[in-house]
Write a protein that binds this ligand. Structure first.
Ligand SMILES: [Ca+2]
Length: 306
């Protein structure tokens, strides 16, 4: 999710390679949507207490949010990024504002809005009086973090030119050592200018590098209408590797044995927290179409197994 100009080229190159070799998900497009992909969990008991990883290990549920409440997300689990945060994006992230983030009928919605929103005197407002776009970014940095396990986020993606939703994680030591030294695991990113495709990417600091010197590796998977139905975006994380999956189909494998030797660093042996957001514009979202907003990023649940 963090993209500086310095490494956007390498990311783009990796993505271009991924696009060239991208595999279709298997479902024939233009068929009827699968009812199972439209249904959502509406009870906390819908979350299985155990799950089996793709390599056959049984893990136990340690944290989840099925989003069965009403209104704002549970303040015991989620806090807010507020303001203009990164990547020269166009949205102002609002602070616990129902218009931009709410639970209803078992689903959390992050909504982008094109509107004149007063940000005079508000945090990280770039000295502006009015925002042109609003959205929300929620995170567990102050409430929960995990080292290893399986993270599942079931979601239906917003779309439109300029839109850039993400399900991602960063090291909780970001407050001490900054980004990208803290490590970044992008379990799912999507950009409206290249629809139907889920991207998985890992970022970490280059050996001896400065803040902007980043090693990135990404790949992607073409999905059947992820904007209209739910998929499970998953990270399986062990001391040896990270595996990013969509409905248990591999998107990206990132092995310590291969990557640590190239970079001399491995930030993925420390706890990471979860961030859910929709950005608009910026380094990767690009040009925003007049009719893109409003958009809804719908999240059925977040489940963490260890
Ligand atoms: Ca749910």
């Amino acid at each position: 999710m963090n993209h500086s100009a310095k490494f956007i080229f390498s990311v783009s190159f990796a993505l271009a390679a991924a696009l060239a070799s991208g595999t279709a998900f298997g479902d024939e497009p233009n068929q009827k949507l699968d009812p199972a992909r439209l249904a959502v969990s509406v009870s906390d008991s819908d979350a299985p207490q155990t799950v089996r990883t793709t390599d056959g290990r049984e893990l136990k549920l340690v944290w989840n949010d099925e989003f069965n409440g009403e209104g704002l997300p549970d303040a015991k689990k989620w806090t807010y990024e507020v303001g203009y945060i990164r990547n020269n994006e166009s949205q102002y992230y609002t602070d616990a504002r129902l218009e931009n983030v709410f639970q209803k009928d078992g689903v959390l919605t992050i909504r982008t809005i094109k509107e004149k929103y007063n940000i005079e005197g508000k945090p990280k407002n770039k000295g502006l009086k009015e925002a042109e776009y609003t959205s929300a970014a929620i995170e567990t940095i102050d409430t929960a973090s995990w080292l290893y396990g399986r993270v599942e986020v079931r979601a239906q993606l917003p779309t439109g030119k300029g839109i850039w939703p993400a399900i991602w994680m960063m090291g909780t030591n970001i407050k001490q050592i900054g980004w990208p030294g803290c490590g970044e695991i992008d379990v799912m990113e999507y950009v409206g200018h290249t629809p139907h495709r889920a991207h998985g990417t890992i970022h970490m600091r280059k050996k001896g590098g400065k803040n902007w010197e980043v090693v990135s590796k990404g790949s992607s998977l073409l999905l059947d209408r992820p904007e209209e139905q739910y998929y499970v975006y998953t990270l399986e994380w062990t001391p040896e590797k990270m595996l990013i999956l969509v409905d248990d189909k591999p998107v990206l494998e990132f092995k310590k044995s291969e990557e640590e030797s190239k970079t001399g660093v491995w930030p993925f042996d420390k706890p990471h927290y979860i961030i859910l957001n929709t950005a608009i514009g910026g380094a990767w979202g690009g040009e925003i179409a007049e009719d893109t907003c409003p958009t809804d990023f719908k999240i059925d649940y977040v489940r963490v197994y260890q």
